[in-house]
Design a protein around this ligand. Structure first.
Ligand code: ADP
Ligand code: MG
Length: 499
């Protein structure tokens, strides 16, 4: 928590400086100019609006794209990747397991001791920041850093066990980037997102890279589960509550996964699993629909990003981008008028306003909005309103995405889309449905979380909403991976066959 707190404070200082730099200086010179700023705001608010009717169109689009992505390879911007996870933890797992979580900004090391009967006897987690230079270096350098951190962690946390005693210990790896999975414990990187760009890694087996780095460091551990962050979250959710059918992670980036029937995965005919189901990694950050309320700021943000035309949904929703959308709107206003003082070159820099700093301004309940300095109160209020529009839109779109998943699996109370195979229709009894949630944005940005929860209930309506529960699974991404490492070492791995 110390690190997170410090990160936030530093972030706030940067934001305050950036905004202060822009805002210090001349005051509003004319009423006309102020109205120019208000017009920029009104246009933005209108373009970014998310009335429930529009959200329902997004729900439908999400369900349709899910179908298309399951029907054929490349059938949709949603990749709908097979995870080869067909059995989720049920609480009976036993033993000590480690997990690594390579996310976006953060890197986590975990150790859990499971005691059967849904019990986590011991749980240790440490977070580290991934050094910026490693995000664009080589795969060897990145994995060497990861392996060394793990070795030090094992030495610290091993209860005085000597390293040789972890021999053969199973390790779960959560890797929050799009991976083409070959089995539950192998997969190749499809592409980087969230600012990573290590060219030599594309197409390589991630587990092989890690396993090689582990042996270079003399660590005899076996990676028995390679999962995506949302799959880890789903695993932890299911460990605690068997009605958990989907998981959504909203942190630096965003992704979702859910439990699908194997026979619905049309692009993989003859997929046999012991459970009859399989977890599908949607890679929903890349979802796109013409119903999404896209503004000129989104278009510019995309065009100037490292991955233009890619991850369109993620760029409207996730923590990497929200602060930057706000920055763009303020910058536009400051070009329109001198109400913010002279345009600061600082505000021209991408990502100078981080999402945690934006959240601090948004959630500032002091009467003078003291989080923002050196501008008149009405300007501060306007900045808060910009934050509100950006966060509200993000949260409501994520909510529509969640209901889209529920619609695809017939859990939204409408009878699903017209596949003719949805079991529970209007006539059927509504089943309790749990969605596991994780990610720094959802966990730490209260306004975002409240808007999201509220919108899910609004879209579903008051009759259905009580059956749908969003459950926070903090650090689920990593703990779940450790649990999957457990369940995949206990059982023989050949339960999934592709004929
Ligand atoms: P990652 O997605 O990098 O693996 P997290 O799930 O912890 O890691 O998410 C971290 C992200 O969450 C940050 O990059 C930031 O965008 C967002 N975030 C964290 N704390 C806050 C906060 N207090 N307010 C708003 N956003 C936050
Ligand atoms: Mg994450």
């Amino acid at each position: 928590m110390g690190k997170v707190g410090l990160g936030l404070a530093v972030g706030c200082a940067v934001a305050s400086c950036a905004i202060a730099a822009v805002m210090v200086g001349r005051r509003v010179r004319s009423r006309r100019r102020w109205w120019g700023v208000v017009r920029v705001f009104d246009e933005f608010e209108e373009a970014a609006s998310t009335p429930v009717g529009r959200l329902r169109q997004v729900v439908d689009a999400m369900a349709v794209e899910m179908h298309a992505g399951l029907a054929s390879e490349g059938g949709s911007k949603l990749k709908m990747l097979l995870t080869f996870v067909d059995n989720l933890p049920d609480g009976s797992e036993n033993g000590i397991y480690y997990a690594l979580h390579v996310g976006g900004t953060n890197f986590r090391l975990l150790r859990i001791q499971l005691g059967g009967q849904r019990a986590i006897l011991e749980y240790d987690v440490e977070r580290e920041l991934i050094p910026q230079h490693l995000m664009t270096s080589t795969s060897e350098e990145l994995f060497d850093f990861i392996a060394l951190s793990l070795k030090e962690f094992v030495e610290r946390k091993g209860n005085n066990l000597q390293i040789p005693q972890v021999r053969g210990t199973n390790l779960g790896l959560t890797f929050s980037f799009p991976v083409k999975q070959m089995s539950v414990s192998s997969g190749t990187l499809i592409k980087w997102t969230k600012g990573f760009a290590i060219e030599d890694m594309i197409g390589k087996d991630i587990v092989e890279c890690l396993q090689r780095a582990l042996s270079r460091r003399g660590l005899d551990m076996t990676v028995t589960a390679l999962v995506n962050d949302s799959v880890g979250t789903l695993a932890l959710g299911h460990f605690y509550d068997k009605d958990t059918v989907a998981a959504v992670v909203i942190g630096t980036g965003t992704n979702a996964c859910y439990l699908e029937r194997a026979d619905a995965v049309i692009k993989c005919q003859g997929l046999l699993t012991t459970s009859g189901g399989m977890v599908i990694n949607m890679e929903w950050g890349n979802f796109w629909s013409s119903h999404l309320p896209r503004t000129s700021y989104d278009i510019d943000l995309d065009a100037e990003s490292q991955n233009p035309n890619d991850q369109g949904f993620e760029k409207m929703i996730s923590g990497m981008y929200l602060g930057d959308i706000v920055r763009r709107v303020i910058l536009r206003m400051s070009l329109e008028s001198d109400v913010f003082g002279p345009v600061s070159s600082k505000l021209l820099a991408r990502f100078v306003l981080s999402t945690p700093s934006m959240a601090a301004m948004h959630e500032d309940y002091s009467p003078n909005l003291s989080e923002i300095h050196d501008v008149p109160l009405k300007v501060r209020k306007l900045v808060v309103k910009i934050c509100d529009v950006v966060t509200r839109r993000a949260a409501r779109l994520a909510a529509a995405g969640i209901v889209g998943i529920l619609k695809k699996i017939g859990r939204d109370g409408t009878g699903g889309i017209t596949s003719g195979r949805i079991k529970s229709g209007k006539s059927g009894k509504m089943r309790r449905t749990v969605v596991a949630m994780d990610g720094g944005l959802y966990m730490s940005y209260t306004m975002f979380r409240e808007y999201l929860n509220e919108a899910v209930a609004e879209i579903l309506g008051e009759e259905i909403a009580p059956y749908v529960i969003l459950k926070v699974m903090e650090d689920g991404s990593g703990i779940g991976a450790a649990m999957l490492a457990a369940s995949n070492s206990a059982q023989s791995v050949d339960t999934v066959q592709v004929l």
